[in-house]
Design a protein around this ligand. Structure first.
Ligand code: SF4
Length: 394
């Protein structure tokens, strides 16, 4: 089990530019009970941090020092704000450069706004995230919408403030009095709106701290979607208070669109272990991409789930169905590096445009097309995986 705040021997942090002596001598890195996946070659293929851009306050914090100690060979570069690192962010350059940035660069910042937002679809509430950005590179991902496609992971080091905010929010709410589609009993907080918490756990104990925090909140539950199987999460003790939502789509779609993620088969195979470890495991059937033969391939995926998932998973599972949404700016970015993906996800004859709050054009399937496709997915679930209730579909 991870012991996030356990004292350990001092360490030598990398030679940074902060001039902060305590960075060199301070605190403890959690002691793993055994070899961790995050130290494996497989994990390093996804993330091998060589450069850390850090706000001074973040670097000097407990979590920041732990992260700096974890990557002692990385160059450390001070930045005024994690929002403004022009040499990293944006859509300039090519995919090779973005992937290099995503896999070798980390940003440390402090989260300033700690707003808990209402949601009501996947979760009751959207928690202030403990990170944003992602080391993976799905072609349809909306996470880069603010920092650009080359955004590496920014870890927020003031995790104790995030947890304190969530604790206060859940405590003020009190018990959930009426069941809803998010959960019959608990208030559900999405802790991974703009990040993948499984990947974040390769870097720091933020995900572990959140999982543990929710074990102390009897009326609340954490929830996050993931496309990455991180076995280290099995070492935590979530005690049923964290819902992990493995995102699934037909493997052919995933190989085309889910760049750098764990294979779909691996995500399905992991579900039993996660239930056994004390997680609630749900599935995000998403995004559903309409292309020739899609119904057949979704039927096969659901049949595969029915064939291989253990009863313990089926007994507690539920699903969200989310039709693809896309974005014109992202389409243009993708055309420069992955036009084959756009053949599948940019289908103007099936899609309608809608201006988003930030002024860019989002596209989604036309109302009639989408309604028919949602009904098709519902029918496929009833046929192949009747044990899988659909919490919501849109
Ligand atoms: S795993 Fe999620 S956050 Fe990461 S690139 Fe894919 S869609 Fe975006």
């Amino acid at each position: 089990m991870h012991t996030p705040e356990t004292p350990n021997s001092p360490y030598e942090a990398p030679e940074g530019l902060f001039g902060l002596e305590e960075i060199r001598t301070g605190p403890a890195v959690p002691v793993p009970a055994g070899p961790l996946f995050r130290d494996s070659q497989e994990a390093r293929r996804l993330l091998s941090v060589q450069e850390i851009h850090a706000e001074p306050g973040a670097a000097a914090s407990l979590r920041g020092r732990q992260i700096l100690a974890r990557f002692p060979d990385a160059d450390v570069l001070p930045v005024d704000s994690h929002w403004r690192i022009p040499q990293l962010h944006g859509n300039k350059g090519n995919a090779e450069r973005w992937v290099r940035i995503k896999s070798t660069v980390l940003v440390l910042g402090e989260r300033k706004t700690l707003t808990v937002r209402t949601n009501g679809r996947s979760a009751d509430w959207i928690a202030p995230g403990a990170a944003n950005g992602c080391a993976m590179a799905c072609a349809y991902c909306y996470v880069p919408r603010r920092k650009g496609y080359a955004n590496p992971i920014t870890v927020f080091t003031n995790i104790e403030r995030i947890i304190a905010r969530l604790t206060r929010h859940a405590t003020d709410l009190g018990p959930k009095t009426a069941p809803n589609q998010c959960d019959p009993l608990a208030w559900v907080y999405d802790i991974g709106e703009n990040n993948d918490c499984s990947v974040d756990a390769l870097i720091s104990e933020n995900t572990a701290d959140l999982v543990h925090a929710f074990t102390r909140l009897p009326t609340a539950k954490a929830s996050f979607a993931t496309k990455f199987v991180n076995p280290d999460l099995l070492l935590l003790e979530p005690r049923g208070r964290t819902r992990i939502r493995f995102s699934l789509m037909p493997p052919d779609d995933s190989r085309l669109l889910d760049i750098r993620t764990s294979p779909v088969e691996q995500r399905i195979a992991a579900a039993g272990d996660f239930v056994e470890a004390g997680y609630e495991v749900h599935f995000n059937l998403s995004p559903v991409v309409i292309r020739p033969g899609w119904e057949h391939d979704w039927g096969r995926l659901l049949q595969q789930m029915d064939d291989v998932l253990p009863r313990a998973v089926k007994d507690q599972a539920a699903a969200e169905v989310i039709m693809l949404t896309h974005n014109r700016d992202l389409h243009e970015v993708n055309m420069a590096w992955h036009p084959r993906a756009e053949d599948a996800i940019w289908r103007p004859e099936l899609q309608q445009r809608k201006r988003s709050e930030n002024g860019s054009w989002n596209v989604r399937y036309r109302d009639g097309t989408k309604a028919a496709a949602v009904e098709t997915v519902r029918r496929l679930v009833r046929t192949h995986a009747p044990w899988l209730p659909i919490r919501y579909a849109f």
